[in-house]
Write a protein that binds this ligand. Structure first.
Ligand SMILES: Cc1cc2nc3c(=O)[nH]c(=O)nc-3n(C[C@H](O)[C@H](O)[C@H](O)COP(=O)(O)OP(=O)(O)OC[C@H]3O[C@@H](n4cnc5c(N)ncnc54)[C@H](O)[C@@H]3O)c2cc1C
Ligand code: SF4
Ligand code: SF4
Length: 518
């Protein structure tokens, strides 16, 4: 039996004395929905039983950013969680945060690398895609250097996502963990500005990963964007996150309906803006921002005005912004590529503004490399499976290839790229056949009869600052579970892939499972 399989069996055997798992061998719906297929039931079971170091080991097998994903992952796993048929999904995301807290308290202990290899790999960009690939390749013994244009490592996690959602100290801890594996991270070093591809080849790098993200702000195509007081959201958020901007006076209008717009609005509130209005093309249910983020913006006093299309920014005294004219959107459509088009209704609305912040998306701006193909949308063209570009030895991953993306999707891409680079350096075909095998997924539908013995157990909500206190500073708004709450929440998990068959097909519970669930 391979080491990985043996380890997995050990995790599960400690739950049920090995008697169930070999008979069932399914995949839980949450595991299937997680882009990196985390072994959720095993880490949640370990947490439920108070075996936190083991829970952490299980989490770290697939996720190099447990503390970050425990705070800001968009958690598609929870949408698929079977527990929702009984009451509400298990708080899979937040439980990871509690497990990661154990690691932070104990200083983290990166594993010892058993075998060192001579080959050098260069990673361009230190976001979740680049750092995940660096993490995987360092664990395999490669000599990995990460080159980062900004003064901090971590990509958008370190330089865009506001501290009230993701504190910089959390990002630093997880980036340092990767450094401690022996990964060299060179900040303030940009491909194209400070060095070239040839320099890397001359220095003996055998493979290169482009993980440069999507940092270019598209132009807002209306008159007035040259006025003082008009800014793009991404540079604005970066300046605030890096401590370069601390105040914002006056009325602020944010244009856009996505997560970046919501983050910019909540940031403006904290910087002291007098009134913050977020105006977007979409109707409220169509807004692309996560619903829980929209709710927080509402609670913190942001006024959301949906179905408005900006027409022009009005000039005031001294070349400064005075307001924005909007027309009402009568109908909005989205094409397969996500591009919006809209029809306007009659009439216009003017909003007064001292600041206008545009948050209408970000696009990639990959370095120009001979032979590299870039799509119409600005993304780097790769093989979708292997992430290899047409240039031998160059791979690309993350938002630079597919945007808009999320952190866990970038992590998934980083893993894929690392696998391909490892195969490339060993002279193997880039996709191995064994990767295509998958276990059957345990699934129930809404018509499934829920056994009467399954009691409802309320999901533990995340303790959080009140909105009134939250807006006073950039302190993290969510406070984390207490260890006891985390354990009780973990006990709500049905462990579907193993226990689901007994619970739902046979209508029975064994002693161990009833102790947990009832
Ligand atoms: C404001 C904001 C909030 C977000 N909130 C969430 C959230 O709550 N949850 C979530 O899952 N996702 C969120 N996202 C999306 C998420 O951050 C991205 O999808 C993810 O970071 C993409 O990872 P990446 O590694 O591809 O790129 P990035 O994180 O963008 O990292 C790319 C790195 O490459 C560097 N770089 C670029 N060009 C060069 C060059 N030529 N040389 C050297 N370095 C270079 C950049 O400086 C950057 O550090 C948010 C994004 C933003 C902007
Ligand atoms: S109940 Fe547990 S195993 Fe089942 S889908 Fe939810 S988290 Fe996953
Ligand atoms: S990384 Fe995200 S999707 Fe995966 S288990 Fe964690 S919260 Fe769910």
């Amino acid at each position: 039996m391979g080491q990985g399989k043996k380890k997995k069996k050990e995790d599960l055997s400690s739950i049920h004395g090995e008697k169930c798992w070999p008979l069932v061998d399914k995949r839980s719906p949450c595991e299937e929905a997680c882009p990196i297929h985390m072994d959720i039931p095993s880490y949640v079971m370990a947490l439920a039983q108070g075996r936190i170091p083991e829970a952490l080991d299980i989490v770290r097998r697939t996720n190099p950013f447990p503390s970050i994903c425990g705070r800001v992952c968009h958690h598609p796993c929870e949408e698929a969680c079977t527990r929702a048929l009984i009451d509400r999904p298990v708080a899979i995301e937040w439980l990871k945060r509690e497990i990661a807290r154990y690691e932070q308290r104990n200083g983290g202990r990166p594993p010892r690398i058993k075998k060192r290899r001579e080959e050098k790999v260069a990673v361009i960009g230190s976001g979740p895609a680049g750092l995940t690939a660096a993490y995987d390749l360092a664990l395999k013994g490669y000599r990995v250097s990460v080159f980062e244009a900004l003064p901090v490592a971590g990509g958008m996690m370190a330089a865009a996502i506001p501290d009230f959602n993701l504190p910089s100290s959390v990002v630093r801890f997880e980036v340092d963990y990767i450094r401690h594996l022996g990964v060299e991270i060179k900040t303030n070093t940009s491909l194209g500005r400070d060095f070239t591809l040839e320099d890397l080849q001359d220095q003996g790098y055998r493979a290169i990963l482009l993980a440069t993200g999507a940092w270019k702000s598209p132009d807002l195509p209306i008159p007035g964007t040259e006025l003082r007081g008009f800014v793009q959201a991404l540079p604005f958020l970066r300046e605030v996150k890096l401590g370069e901007k601390r105040f914002l006076k006056g009325k602020t209008v944010i244009i856009g309906g996505g997560n970046v717009a919501v983050d910019a609005a909540r940031t403006a509130v904290r910087l002291g803006a007098e009134k913050v209005i977020l105006a977007c093309l979409e109707s409220r249910p169509e807004m692309p921002a996560f619903p829980w983020e929209i709710q927080k913006a509402d609670d913190e006093g942001v006024t959301i005005l949906p179905s408005l299309a900006p027409q022009k920014i009005l000039p005031g005294k001294g070349g400064k912004v005075k307001g924005v004219v909007f027309a009402r959107v009568a109908a909005l459509t989205k094409d397969a590529e996500g591009r919006l088009s809209w029809k306007l209704a009659e009439g216009e609305t003017t909003l007064e503004a001292d600041w206008v912040i545009a948050a209408i998306g970000q696009i990639p701006d990959p370095p120009s490399i001979p032979g590299l193909a870039v799509t119409e949308r600005g993304t780097v063209q790769t093989d979708p499976e292997t992430l290899a570009t047409p240039v031998s030895g160059i791979f690309a991953a993350g938002d630079a290839v597919r945007y808009p993306g999320t952190i866990v999707e970038a992590i998934a891409a980083g893993h894929r790229a690392a696998k391909s680079i490892n195969h490339f350096l060993k002279g193997k075909p880039l996709v191995s056949k064994s990767e295509k095998k998958g276990r059957e997924v345990f699934r129930l539908d809404e018509k499934t009869e829920i056994p009467a013995f399954l009691v409802r157990k309320e999901r533990w909500d995340m303790p959080a600052l009140s909105p009134k206190d939250a807006v006073r500073s950039f302190e993290e708004t969510e406070l984390g579970y207490t260890p006891w709450q985390a354990r009780e929440e973990a006990k709500r998990c049905l462990n579907c892939r193993m226990c689901g068959q007994c619970i739902f097909d046979k209508g029975q519970l064994c002693f161990e499972t009833s102790l947990r669930l009832l």
